[in-house]
Structure formats: C-alpha cells, structure tokens
Design a protein around this ligand. Sequence first.
Ligand code: HEC
Ligand code: HEC
Length: 153
Amino acid sequence: MKSRLPRTLSTAILMTGLLLASCPSFGADDGGLATLRGAPIPKTAPDTGDALKKAIESAPLERDFTQQPPLVSHAVDNYPVTRNFNKCLDCHSWENYRKEKATKVSQSHFQSADGKELPNVSARRYFCLQCHVPQVDAKPLIANTYQRPSSAR
Ligand code: HEC
Ligand code: HEC
C-alpha cells in the first residue's frame, strides 16, 4: 500500500513531462502560442472588440435588403428591455415618437402571429433587440459580391 501513491505521482510527473516535450513551440519566442498542429500564432494586440461595440451615431444607414429590420442609429447600452419595461418604446411608440423625433414603430409591429391587429405592440415584437441591432463599422467576414437591391431604401 505504501509505495502505491508515490508511483502514481511519478507517473503523473512523467506524463506531464512528455506532454510538455511534445508541444513544439513551448518556450519559443512566440510566448508558447501555437495552433493544435504546431503552427505559430503571431503576437498581436488582443482584440477587445471595442471597434465593434461602438455604434455609429448618424442618420440611419441604408438597408441591405428590403425586409431588413432597420439598424439602430444610436447606442443602446442604457436602454433596457425587460419583461415589465421597454425603454425603446419611451421614444419609438406612437404615443411618444413626435416628441422624441424618433421613427415610430411600424404598423407591422401591432399584428399578432395570426394576423390580428392589436392596440399595442405585439408580444412577438416586444424584444426589439432580437431584430434591431446598432449600426457599426463591421467589415464583411468573407469577401462577397452581394449587391443591395434598388428596392431597399
Ligand atoms: C431617448 C429616445 C430613444 C430611445 C430610448 C431609443 N431610441 Fe431609437 N431612435 C431615436 C431617435 C431620435 C432616432 C433617430 C431617427 C432618425 O434619425 O431618423 C432613433 C433611431 C432608431 C432606429 C432607426 C430608425 C430608422 O428610421 O431607420 C431604430 C431601428 C431604433 N432607433 C431602435 C431603437 C431600439 C431597439 C431602442 C431600444 C433598445 C431604441 N431605439 C431606443 C430615439 C430613441
Ligand atoms: C421580429 C423582428 C422585430 C422585432 C422584435 C422588432 N422589430 Fe422593428 N422592424 C422589424 C422589421 C422587419 C422592420 C421593417 C419592416 C417593417 O416596417 O415592418 C422593422 C421596422 C422598425 C422601425 C422602422 C419603421 C419605419 O417606418 O421605417 C422601427 C422604428 C422599429 N422597427 C422599431 C422597433 C422597436 C422599438 C421594437 C421593440 C418594441 C421593434 N422594432 C421590434 C423587425 C422587428
């Protein structure tokens, strides 16, 4: 019984050693960063995502396709939408949009799933950020030849 623990321990140490030795760029100049296949990963500043987070506050950008939910032309960080409270509607509701100089939510937002016209924004349009995202300067992830149709505004 007595010799069992040390043996397990030394096996663990041996395994760790083998693992480290098999990692090709461990201890190299790149700080040990490598892909699983051992290709080095160039050192760059960490991407903090700040550029993506910053909404472009300007006139609303053009839509890229006709049915696109328009992009939000302002930051939304301080506009919570919870089960009981919707800050967006403080400005975009039909009641308040004139006073706030905001675009009013479209009539389509007052329709229930089975096409009934409702007096208030439909539950399926309540969580605005599900569809509307702030406009940001985001480059296409993959180069493409997509053209905005002339029907999109
Ligand atoms: C304090 C008032 C205010 C609040 C709160 C607010 N907005 Fe806005 N929003 C505006 C104004 C003003 C504009 C600019 C309208 C323009 O330039 O035509 C705008 C623009 C927009 C647009 C672009 C509309 C268009 O004409 O294309 C969208 C979409 C939008 N907001 C969505 C939201 C969402 C979603 C929220 C909640 C997360 C929200 N807004 C909260 C005032 C507000
Ligand atoms: C399920 C997706 C969805 C949700 C949720 C949603 N919208 Fe929209 N919204 C759209 C689409 C699509 C359009 C463009 C077509 C249209 O006008 O119906 C639009 C249009 C708009 C417009 C522009 C209207 C115009 O005349 O140009 C505003 C403003 C807007 N939405 C605000 C809101 C607000 C505020 C909420 C939350 C209370 C919200 N939307 C929730 C999809 C959505």
